[in-house]
Design a protein around this ligand. Structure first.
Ligand code: NAD
Length: 406
């Protein structure tokens, strides 16, 4: 796999050639404020002790407290977390919320742990990092393989250690434990708002044929929202592969099917496809919603979508970006497309600090104008500098961060 942090720095270098930012500012952004690696001892159910490697990267807090999710994955390593923390810094700036960028993780396949082991590991991560976390310092959230329940364990552990009762240190908590209405589907909703805001400008039809990679929080919620708004999902996949129907999949039935069968394959009235095949299907909108490095110089030439909407972080490599740009396929970048998640996390933090609870309608009424504004300003920056949407979003974000830092 390509080093995601090198990809992120290649993106930064490209933008620094397009717009003349202060050189020291760009140099500063080439390293995080700090990256912390921890070892977490966990008592396993059989009585043995196993040591896990964990991380927290605090990239930049010019705009506000460090903010960013915690990822549990067997491939997670420090370069991935650094890249994700860098992208979070830009994402919060694009969304125009007073938060900085951070990210955390643990190298672990959570499916191999019992619930008790998972809880002890999650609490262990907090024990090692409690000193640097806090509502005004660093505010984590869920990411791949981390859930509301895990955020609740972490929030509880933080409260036990520090006595802080605001519950504003972790977002993405269950609603009854101080979570925000709408946080679950927020990233999918935000992605839909971005699409809706830019649809006409990007020449997409009113009703689109859509292909989605990923069937987790982001991919599945996005699929449901697109279907509710009259679009068709031609194909969707999880880590084991996907299913395709040229007339559109019944997502409700597919969710039930996966619950019963444990996988998507052999879903009635559909054809099984691999993740590689899925990316190359002819469609209006291709939505990578799983992992980094999915669209690369190996397959970018075969992409037949009219537009790519990056709901995953870092799914397109810098080389693939160039190929898609040349082919005239706009890529709506992650730092804009999936910013709905962190924006509603910021709303949760604000509700916790003010001891308020907003309705789902209030949450989405506040989300829409922010996302719409971010999408339109990104588009304008792209046009102003005759560049792609990723560079447009980076310029918008870097201008805001530079102003604050200088
Ligand atoms: P998740 O753990 O809920 O789901 C991940 C999905 O990806 C699962 O369906 C899994 O089966 C699938 N998957 C794993 N490997 C795959 C592969 N090789 N090919 C296809 N599918 C594969 O995670 P999530 O929260 O939905 O996050 C997905 C992406 O969205 C990540 O890049 C994450 O950083 C990004 N993101 C998430 C949020 C959020 O609010 N959860 C916010 C912004 C960005």
């Amino acid at each position: 796999m390509q080093n995601p942090f090198q990809n992120a720095m290649a993106q930064l270098d490209k933008v620094a050639k397009i717009k003349n930012f202060n050189a020291e500012f760009i140099t500063r952004l080439r390293q995080p404020d700090r990256d912390i690696r921890i070892s977490i001892p966990v008592k396993m159910d059989d009585g043995s002790i196993k040591i896990f490697e964990g991380y927290r990267v605090e990239y930049n807090n010019a705009l506000g407290p460090y903010k960013g999710g915690i990822r549990y994955h067997h491939d997670t390593e420090i370069n991935e977390i650094k890249a994700l923390a860098f992208w979070m810094t830009l994402k919060c700036a694009v969304a125009n919320i007073p938060m900085g960028g951070g990210k955390g993780g643990i190298t672990v396949d959570p499916k191999t742990l019992s619930k008790g082991e998972l809880e002890r590991l999650s609490r262990g991560w907090v024990k090692k990092l409690a000193d640097i976390l806090g509502p005004k310092k660093d505010v984590p959230a869920p990411d791949v393989n981390t859930t509301g329940e895990i955020m609740d364990w972490m929030s509880d552990e933080f409260q036990k250690i520090t006595g802080d009762k605001t519950r504003a240190t972790f977002t993405g908590k269950p609603i009854e434990k101080g979570g925000s209405e709408g946080r679950g589907p927020a990233t999918g909703f935000g992605g839909f708002y971005v699409f809706d805001s830019l649809r006409k400008q990007l020449g997409l039809p009113e009703k689109c044929k859509i292909v989605i990679q990923g069937f987790g929080n982001v991919g599945l919620n996005a699929a449901q929202i697109f279907v509710e708004n009259g679009h068709k999902i031609l194909a969707i996949s999880d880590s084991k592969g996907g299913v395709y129907n040229s007339n559109g999949l019944n997502i409700k039935k597919l969710v039930e099917y996966k619950k019963t069968n444990g996988s998507l394959s052999n879903f009635p009235e559909s054809k099984n496809i691999t993740n590689e095949e899925l990316l190359e299907i002819k469609c209006d909108l291709l939505v990578p919603a799983a992992f980094e490095n999915q669209i690369t110089d190996k397959n970018a030439d075969n992409i037949k979508a009219k537009v790519v909407l990056e709901l995953a972080n870092g799914p397109t490599t810098p080389e693939a970006d160039e190929i898609l740009f040349t082919k005239g396929i706009p890529v709506i970048p992650d730092v804009l497309a999936n910013s709905g998640g962190v924006t509603v996390s910021y709303f949760e933090w604000e509700q916790n600090l003010k001891n308020e609870h907003w309705s789902e309608k209030e949450v989405f009424d506040k989300l829409f104008p922010l996302i719409n504004d971010a999408a339109q300003k990104t588009f304008e920056k792209g046009k102003e500098y005759s560049t792609d949407l990723r560079c447009g979003a980076f310029i918008l974000a870097l201008e805001r961060i530079e102003k604050k830092m200088l």
